[in-house]
Design a protein. Structure first.
Length: 230
């Protein structure tokens, strides 16, 4: 199946899940995760209507970014960094990606702030939450989230725009829904906390295996790779 056909099928599924979750389809942002995908195939996805591109490795993101820039196709493209990020790589992506979705510790956020200050920009980020408390996953624990947001609000060159999470790998759909609904409550609590300078605009959750449940539980940003490219 062509990437365009896959995108169309995915878009229909997103629309159906949005209806089920009482969300407007237009409010749900699709990030195409392109790790391991060749630039020409990403180009095909962009031609079919993809606007948001997510990468999880700095060394993979940079050449792809250059590919699109060299072809003058980068206007209108929005880049997301979704992988675990080392502090020494921060300088490569600050100001280049629109949203760093994977901020999981204060030392990382401080480094982003420092590099953004040097470039005289404000870097938008999401805070990654370890919603299921998995030892193997990165992220701030829900109980530490509000203090973290308060710390984040003191940094002048970063702007928190919401939360991101990666659900556990499971085929137990009830457990999965429980995880997403817990995340939704964490998001709503963070919004109610109304930390100044922090916005709870995006709830980024849901991937190929679970984006429909995530949207039903109010995700408004999904990160999908395999359903588009494999
Ligand atoms: C790979 C990846 C995705 C997309 O996963 P698929 O199963 O390919 O849809 C989403 N989020 C993150 C953080 C990823 O690393």
């Amino acid at each position: 199946m062509s990437i365009a056909a896959r995108l169309e099928r995915l878009t229909q599924k997103i629309a159906a899940a949005a209806a089920k979750g009482r969300q407007a389809h237009a409010d749900i942002r699709l990030v195409a995760v392109t790790k391991g995908v060749r630039p020409d195939r990403i180009e095909e996805a962009v031609a079919a209507g993809v606007t948001d591109i997510g990468e999880n490795k700095v060394q993979e993101l940079l050449p792809k970014y250059e590919f699109f820039k060299a072809r003058q196709l980068s206007a209108g493209l929005v880049w997301h960094f979704v992988g675990s990020l080392q502090r020494n790589k921060v300088r490569h992506i600050v100001g280049l990606v629109d949203l760093i979705q994977s901020v999981d510790r204060l030392s990382l956020l401080e480094e982003i702030d420092k590099k953004a200050a040097q470039k005289d920009i404000i870097q938008r980020v999401l805070v990654q939450v370890n919603i299921a408390g998995e030892a193997t996953k990165h992220g701030i624990s829900p109980v530490e989230l509000i203090p973290f947001l308060v710390d984040a609000s003191k940094l002048e060159h970063v702007k928190v725009d919401g939360l991101m999470t990666i659900a556990p790998l499971t085929t137990d759909s009830k457990a999965l829904r429980g995880v997403f609904s817990k995340m939704r409550r964490v998001f709503e609590d963070a919004r109610r906390a109304a930390v100044s300078g922090v916005e709870m605009r995006y709830l980024s959750m849901g991937m190929t295996q679970d984006f429909e449940v995530a949207i039903e539980e109010k995700a408004n940003m999904v990160r999908v790779g395999r359903a588009l490219f494999r």
